[in-house]
Design a protein around this ligand. Structure first.
Ligand code: BTN
Length: 253
């Protein structure tokens, strides 16, 4: 990662060939006291994990499968905003390096032409309402070809190579993601969530769209109207009621 310009993010680096999941490896390092900014990157994951207990397809050499350990001095309620900040950082890096017109589906999936190119999984460990550490898992389908993807993913997933028509340099992308993350994180520390929220809105492919949302409590159908100052998605449902979504699965319909 000689292209890296960060101060701390990715300066401690563990590069692995094959591992079950970089989340697990990062967690082990966190428990052993590894410093904030430690990064774990794997060429292949045999047990890659997605949100909601799903599996994450992570074939060798074709993608970016990585987990960043952070130790924010903040309450646990910070985690959702960190999720949105991460999506903005990865989206900016992907657009800059590959030229692919990526957008964010709330809260933090990256889509290109309506199909997923990147997933983000944030897991945090806390103590007395404070964050002990966060592990930011980022999976980007970089150079996967269509015939290498499981058929079940053909309609819902794509890669930067498929979208841009050319193979992309993974090291350059990783460095760009870390640069953006460190920059936005510093901005957040200085100015709070407002500037991140505006960047998120500008990259969103969710706002103004019809959505079907599944939350633990209920299903909501309506129009995604806004991102509020806490990071919740504001949906105007079909009976005209405003509903705040703090966590859930959003489908663009
Ligand atoms: C999702 O959209 O469901 C989140 C996917 C997150 C995948 C990444 S790949 C690196 C890290 N290790 C994992 O096992 N998962 C995350």
């Amino acid at each position: 990662l000689d292209r890296l310009q960060t101060r701390t993010f990715g300066r401690q680096l563990k590069l692995l060939g094959v591992t079950s999941s970089t989340q697990e490896e990062a967690r082990r390092l966190a428990e052993e006291g590894a410093p904030s900014g430690t990064l774990v990157v794997a060429e292949e994951q045999t047990g890659g994990r997605g949100r909601q207990g799903k599996k994450w397809f992570s074939p060798p050499y074709k993608g970016i499968w990585m987990s960043l350990l952070l130790r924010p001095q903040r309450p646990l309620s910070f985690a959702p905003q960190l999720t949105l900040l991460t999506a903005v950082a990865v989206c900016r890096a992907v657009r800059k390096v590959s030229g692919v017109d990526a957008g964010i589906k709330w809260p933090n999936d990256l889509l290109a032409n309506g199909k997923k190119i990147c997933g983000i999984l944030i897991e945090s460990a806390g103590e007395d309402e404070r964050i002990k550490y966060c592990i930011i898992g980022i999976g980007i389908d970089v150079n996967v070809d269509r015939d290498e993807m499981p058929a079940a993913l053909h309609d819902i997933a794509t890669s930067l190579k498929m979208e841009s028509g050319q193979a992309q340099n993974r090291a350059e992308l990783i460095a760009a993601v870390l640069d953006e993350l460190e920059l936005l994180y510093a901005l957040y520390e200085e100015e709070g969530f407002a500037p991140i929220r505006h960047l998120w809105e500008a990259l969103s492919v969710t706002l103004g769209r019809r959505v079907a949302v599944k939350t633990a409590q209920r299903d909501v159908n309506g129009t995604a109207e806004a991102l509020d100052e806490s990071g919740a998605l504001v949906v105007l449902d079909d009976s005209g009621k405003k509903i705040m979504i703090f966590s859930g699965d959003v489908q663009l319909t």
